[in-house]
Design a protein around this ligand. Structure first.
Ligand code: GTP
Ligand code: MG
Length: 584
């Protein structure tokens, strides 16, 4: 679950100049090849978001991205550094072990460096000259990881070297800064793209997520040689907001897999293994041991909780050095496939991510979602709703999952636990949509659509891209795309759904008023998306409406009074909005 959201937007200071609210740039010192390519990719993708034009460069498959990032992470180390350190000397010292392809620093209760070597051997070389610290009062568990602590041999001689290390920032913008950015945007489309750029995971944040998985993999590999720990969920599906949790999947399926050439001859060799009564028990036993291992030996892993009786057993912990809240699961291959599907949808049209981020931020700002499990709508469900809505446009912006299945070839075939999870994985073979609607119009239409959706009888289904009769009576029914008999929003109760519907209607109304009366950038007024992200604005409108539901006699009395004091100005919806906005 997401750890941080937009939160309350403060009243707008509004006189700030655009130049004061530019996004800080991060200095990246790196080896030419890799980084140039990364930087170019990032520039291209942000440009395509900015302009709304589609990026025509070939898009990588999800599996290709995962493989590349994983390989990078395996030759990367994490180093806790003294606060006062010379970057030049630091790099020179580490370069003794081999060339460095990329590095960056960040702060998280101390200064940390992420250093990516060009070759994996450099990591071993560094480990070979690293000692286990000797403790005076406590005992150290001698675990040789890729997470190091750098100490100055002679701190006093180096204190004169003032630290001026450029640190990359992994925090979302403050409410105040976001307000400013949104207020000074040129259009609602510009606002949505700005929000996306400010909240999407940075290149460094993504690297740190893969590195964290890789460090946990080293630990798990002590028991399960050849296991893989893969990130999934919003860390990789392109919908992750800065600060979102890190979902990890301990993949044991590759262990002991033979290639056919080794199986020739008269015999077949198998490992002797222990058997347990069910897959679920096996999962619980494995996670229990890994949980203990993380708790006792995992450098930087704190607050380990084993949540083994959940529908999907998991180990939850904080990785202190990266600041990530981690959920480790195993035997959860369908979730990984869902992440791949969402990644595809996010990459198919530049409007998808912009819209999803705005809806996620809007939902967080109005407490429709929460980091605590409960009857709230989840970000995963919200994303499904946006995808479904975009499949319903005319012409559709996104294809249905069934259509993606028809495009699949033999290599794409994927059956997991009896569920057909097949869809085309090569993004470049999917024709772009001819739909040219603006983000502003889509945002308004999204609220209209779900503000009037027949949730009482219909189910949301991205496989077929059309409404279907609900197979069961949960207030909100969103079909799991792969395990089609399951509802991913079964947890949502009627009151949370009603809150969502009310807020969607109010937001659609606010946006339609905006069309008529948009304040100028210099008038201290939030507008467009900035207005929608102010919880007080939308709820004040709701409150005002609720107040109207007074006893009939009182309403008639008020009505008569209002007719008496009737003035055109008081009569308009715009006035209602203005009153509300000045109260917010
Ligand atoms: P954040 O809120 O940013 O963490 O979004 P997220 O997509 O990562 O959601 P979350 O951490 O709750 O779940 C991680 C992944 O698990 C999701 O992306 C889905 O792939 C999968 N998942 C989450 N909830 C469900 C569910 O109810 N049913 C199924 N089948 N999969 C789920
Ligand atoms: Mg998550």
């Amino acid at each position: 679950m997401a750890a941080r959201g937009v939160g309350m937007l403060a009243r707008l200071p509004l006189c700030a100049q655009r130049s004061q609210v530019l996004r800080p740039t991060h200095r990246l010192l790196s080896c030419p090849g890799t980084v140039a390519a990364d930087a170019k990719r990032e520039e291209q993708s942000s440009r395509s978001v900015e302009t709304g034009s589609e990026d025509r460069t070939p898009k990588k498959k999800f599996s290709e991205v995962q493989k590349e990032r994983r390989e990078q992470a395996q030759r990367t180390v994490l180093i806790h550094c003294p606060n006062k350190i010379s970057e030049k000397k630091f790099l020179k010292y580490l370069s003794q072990h081999g060339p460095i392809s990329h590095h960056f620093f960040y702060e998280s209760f101390g200064l940390y460096a992420v250093v990516e070597f060009c070759q994996k051997e450099s990591v071993t070389s560094l480990q070979n000259v690293t000692r286990t610290p000797s403790m005076e009062t406590e005992a150290a568990i001698p675990f040789k990881s890729r997470f190091f602590n750098l100490k100055l041999k002679n701190p006093s001689s180096q204190t004169s070297e003032k630290s001026s290390i450029p640190c990359s920032n992994h925090s979302p913008p403050s409410s105040k800064k976001l307000s400013e950015l949104l207020c000074y945007a040129e259009s609602v489309d510009d606002q949505l793209n700005t929000l996306l750029k400010e909240f999407q995971l940075t290149e460094e944040d993504i690297k740190l997520r893969y590195l964290t998985c890789s460090l946990i993999e080293d630990l798990a590999a002590a028991y399960f040689q050849d296991c893989t720990v893969r990130p999934f969920g919003s860390s990789v599906n392109s919908f992750g907001k800065l600060g979102c949790d890190l979902d990890m999947f301990l993949d044991l399926d590759e262990i002991g897999k033979l290639n056919t050439s080794k199986t020739s001859g008269n015999f077949l060799m198998e490992f002797q293994v222990k058997n347990v009564p069910s897959e679920r028990i096996a999962t619980q036993k494995i996670l229990s041991v890994i949980g203990e291992c993380l708790d006792h030996f995992g450098p930087g892993c704190v607050g380990v909780q084993k949540i083994l009786n959940a529908r999907c057993p998991l180990v939850r912990f904080s990785h202190q050095a990266s600041g990530f809240q981690c959920d480790l699961t195993t035997n959860n291959r369908i979730a990984l496939k869902s992440s791949e599907l969402l990644y595809m949808y996010g990459a198919l049209d530049s409007r998808v991510r912009a819209l999803v981020f705005s809806i996620r931020c809007w939902a967080r700002a109005h407490s429709l979602t929460s980091s605590i499990p409960g009857s709230w709508i989840t970000n995963f469900s919200l994303t499904m709703m946006v995808i479904f809505f975009l499949q319903r446009r005319s012409p559709p912006i996104l294809p249905t999952l069934d259509y993606l299945k028809t495009l699949a070839d033999a290599e794409d075939k994927c059956i997991i636990e009896g569920h057909n999870c097949t869809f085309i994985r090569d993004l470049n073979r999917i024709k772009p949509s001819g739909n040219t609607e603006t983000l502003e119009s889509l945002l308004k239409e999204f609220f209209e659509y779900f503000g009037n959706f027949a949730f009482n009888k219909n189910s949301i289904n991205i496989r077929q891209g059309r409404e279907q009769n609900k197979p069961e009576c949960s207030p909100l029914h969103i079909q799991n795309p792969f395990e089609t008999s399951l509802n991913i929003s079964k947890n949502v109760n009627q009151s949370q759904l009603q809150k969502f519907v009310d807020l969607a209607r109010e937001s659609a109304w606010i946006l339609s008023q905006e069309d008529k009366d948009r304040p100028s950038p210099s008038s201290n007024q939030p507008w467009g998306l900035a207005m929608l992200l102010q919880p007080s604005v939308v709820s004040s409108v709701s409150l005002a409406k609720k107040k109207r539901r007074k006893p009939a006699s009182e309403r008639i009395k008020n009505l008569l009074e209002s007719i008496k004091s009737h003035s055109p100005e008081n009569d308009t919806d715009t006035n209602g909005k203005r009153t509300v906005s000045t109260q917010a």
